[in-house]
Design a protein around this ligand. Sequence first.
Ligand SMILES: [Fe+2]
Length: 273
Amino acid sequence: MNSFGLGLRKKIVPELLEETHPIIDFVEVVPENWMNVGGYWKKQLDQLAQKYRFVAHGISLSIGSHNALNLKKLQRIKDFMMRYNIQEYSEHLCFSEYDNVHLFELLPLPFTKDAINLLVNKIHKAQDFLERPLILENVCYYSSVEKEMSEADFIREIVQRTGCKILLDINNVYINANNHNLDALELLKQMPLEAVEYLHVAGHQILETGFIIDSHKQAISPQVFQLLDQIYPVINRQVPILLERDGNFNGLQPLVNELHQLENLVQQYSINA
Ligand SMILES: [Fe+2]
């Protein structure tokens, strides 16, 4: 059975609680947005946890920055995961802190040996602390990044040296390929697909110049559906697919419809679990 999930946002909480859509197998929860809430929203989250399986998707660990790993934050995330019986914790291959200033952006890392060495050290520490592999997501980059190697080789070496897993965001690969004149399918094929734990798909915004922004406020584009269609049989095993949506909500049903579209797409491949 393929598995499909939705990113949890407050706008869709009432419908997630009131309605039942069997296609929603799991909900991706950003710990930083929920672990300090009390009162009404804490009760909503507790109710959701009775109904859906949660996975955690962090946004502020800044695993790629020079700052020491924030073990206090990781402890709060670990406690949150324990409280809601969450097994999987994903984060971004990025940095979002510099000299202890939080930048509120998921900024790309240079694809260099130095960056790998820094990441490997911090990933090992985080994995030891959390007692599970990190699941790390490829991010968008809007300006060029320093490259001693391809993004795929960069990610592969990190996987090989740490045993971490990959959250492969198909939309991010498409956006980077478009914005930097690269071949999206080739980029995907070169990734360490054997380490992919689950996939992200989302909508994006195309500017008049043709440049694409990772907005998560639109339906999944036909181009991203096509890429998924091309890479899914190459991955050649069932991997969960998570739909991210951050804005322009028009109820839960359009998102459920998109999940069914994703299901139809992957069902055409008779791939064993
Ligand atoms: Fe993503």
